[in-house]
Design a protein around this ligand. Structure first.
Ligand SMILES: C[S@@+](CC[C@H](N)C(=O)[O-])C[C@H]1O[C@@H](n2cnc3c(N)ncnc32)[C@H](O)[C@@H]1O
Length: 144
């Protein structure tokens, strides 16, 4: 799901190109149109730095998760070390120059990631784990 109609169109095209069938939904992360306890896993990639109300999103993700379910939040580390960005670029293979620019403008600084963990602790999740993988981070929140 995404709040942008344009992004949903791009995702549709990518799925078609890869020959996979995926249902895409236009909606806000703050107002998920799903019943309580619908999912075992909620994943968000590259979006958390856009959210000015991360706690509202955490609470909404908590609501749609089943007991024992997890929320995985992936995003990049702004101003990550060039060696870590180069390593990532080898894995995903985009042109390096725009990638370096992305790391200047997007994602969260390490300090912002730690603030995000503090915010997540005010949501109802029971465990909060931040994993640093060089140029990107993964925050894992578990509903028990
Ligand atoms: C950097 S893009 C990442 C897109 C996709 N997740 C990916 O990995 O390619 C950030 C996306 O967050 C979306 N976004 C921003 N605020 C949102 C919100 N409140 N609810 C849902 N999506 C939002 C934007 O529309 C944009 O498509």
């Amino acid at each position: 799901m995404d709040i942008s109609r344009e992004m949903i169109k791009i995702a549709h095209k990518n799925a078609q190109k890869e020959g996979v069938s995926i249902e895409f939904k236009l909606m806000s992360a703050y107002d998920l149109k799903f019943e309580d306890e619908s999912f075992e896993l909620v994943i968000t990639v590259g979006t958390i730095h856009h959210f000015n109300k991360p706690l509202d999103f955490f609470n909404e993700a908590f609501r749609v998760l089943k007991r024992g379910g997890e929320l995985w939040v992936y995003d990049i580390v702004r101003n990550a070390k060039p060696k870590d960005v180069k390593l990532l670029s080898k894995m995903i293979n985009p042109p390096l120059f725009p990638l370096l620019l992305v790391f200047k403008l997007h994602g969260l600084t390490e300090e912002e990631w730690h603030n995000l963990v503090d915010i997540s602790k005010t949501a109802k999740f029971k465990t909060h784990r931040l994993k640093n993988a060089g140029a990107f981070m993964k925050l894992i929140l578990k509903k028990i």
